[in-house]
Design a protein around this ligand. Structure first.
Ligand SMILES: [Zn+2]
Length: 422
């Protein structure tokens, strides 16, 4: 009874999500195409028509590609759940391994392998079809597959031990397992924040200390003014993979480092780089990063508590096309983890705009911080260049943007910055 009701609820949310996403995408495409023929007045002197049209075409192509992957992912999701894919996979693996931990790890690995194989042609097309067509791809197929193999090995080396700890807690630590699992998960996240910049990212990219002495002096001056200590300034060879440019921070505590993509440094003037960095420092100084981490921990605690409840509800499994193994020691926990991770995005999709809203608020605050500590006009000109170079549209559909975008539309950001400069 509950099982059928849950199936119906699940299907309803899938359909609702599809409708909302298709509707937003079609609005976005129409809006971008309707504004394709002219550069918006406020950018007319700064961005050539050809670049504006390239951004429109790139946005439309990406949005359409997003719809195709959405359809495929939805079919895969339904195939794994209601159509019995996971049930079949688990029965076949159970026959080979028998009950217990090996069965569970094998189930998770098999699921990861199947999803990886399904994703592969889409990832490949995205890089060598879409990004290539617009001149952003800098990867060779050799590098693409080398990255994939490294990613797989790294995922197994980090993921398997973590999953083993989680499954052991689920089985052996009683009713409050989800609380212990949360502590482990949070500790793991913090550990990754330390390991990512120092150990993991260097496996994929080269990081060299920033050598340009006058730029370095300028940046150190800014850091001194705002009171920020960092372990170093690095340049990353982002141009190895993509022409898109960026700058970011990583690590925390004494481990903080600032990373510039070489693609960004080659395009921006020193004072523009300083302004971009001031924006990033704003995120740090205004405690956006720590707020985001705390929020993430609170949300994962809520979700793990929910999982603690769902784990013992037979309808959660049968409603999603799976017969649970409920005898002690058979090893049902990997299955509930899988089901939970698969269906969670379906139920949380409609909350996406809340995240976007809070993120956009932070972007305005970081811009204001940058305007206070550097010249706002430098950030404006840096933004214009970054929009042009990344072929980001200047004319998104307002509703699409409000729903998905972590950053406010360029014109709105720039209007705020001009107000700050005046
Ligand atoms: Zn920002």
């Amino acid at each position: 009874m509950y099982s059928l009701a849950f199936s119906i609820l699940f299907v309803s949310f899938i359909i609702l999500t599809l409708i909302v996403r298709f509707w937003l995408a079609s609005r976005h495409i129409r809006h971008v195409l309707a504004h394709r023929s002219a550069v918006p007045a406020e950018f007319a002197e700064k961005i050539p028509l050809s670049a504006h049209q390239k951004a429109a075409d790139y946005t439309v192509a990406r949005t359409k590609f997003g719809l195709i992957t959405l359809l495929v992912n939805t079919l895969v999701l339904v195939g794994f759940t209601l159509l019995g894919g996971l049930q079949w996979l688990s029965v076949e693996i159970f026959k080979l391994t028998g009950p217990g931990m090996v069965y569970q790890l094998a189930l998770l690995a098999a699921f990861a392998a199947v999803s990886g194989i399904i994703d592969l042609p889409f990832d490949y097309y995205k890089q060598f079809g879409l990004e290539q067509r617009f001149g952003f791809n800098k990867m060779t197929p050799g590098l693409f597959f080398a990255d994939m193999v490294k990613g797989l090995l790294l995922g197994a080396a980090i993921g398997l031990p973590l999953v083993w700890v989680m499954l052991t807690l689920m089985e052996k630590s009683g009713n409050l397992w989800w609380l212990y699992a949360w502590l482990v998960w949070s500790g793991f996240q913090l550990l990754m924040m330390v390991l990512f910049p120092t150990v993991i990212a260097p496996l994929f990219n080269k990081f060299t200390p920033l050598e340009d002495q006058s730029l370095k002096a300028r940046i150190e001056g800014l850091m001194g003014r705002v009171g920020f200590a960092s372990k170093g300034l690095f340049v990353m060879d982002g141009s190895k993979r993509s022409a898109h440019g960026n700058a970011y921070f990583s690590g925390f505590g004494a481990n903080k480092r600032i990373v510039f993509f070489d693609t960004l440094l080659s395009r921006l003037q020193p004072q523009e780089i300083e302004a971009v960095l001031a924006h990033e420092l704003g995120h740090f100084k205004l405690k956006h990063i720590i707020k985001r981490i705390v929020m993430m921990f609170a949300i994962s605690l809520g979700f793990l508590a929910l999982l603690g409840y769902l784990k013992n509800q037979v309808w959660f499994y049968t409603g999603l096309g799976v017969d649970p193994l409920l005898l002690p020691g058979q090893g049902n926990d990997a299955m509930v983890l899988l089901l939970f991770m698969l269906v969670l995005p379906v139920f949380t999709f409609l909350f996406g705009p809340l995240t976007s809203l809070s993120s956009r608020k932070h972007e305005f605050e970081a811009d204001a911080f940058a305007a206070q500590h550097t010249d706002a006009r430098d950030l404006v000109s840096a933004l214009v260049k970054m929009y042009e170079d990344n072929a980001s549209t200047l004319t998104p559909d307002p509703l699409h943007s409000a729903f998905y975008d972590s950053h406010p539309p360029a014109s709105v950001r720039i209007r705020h910055l001009h107000a700050a400069a005046a």
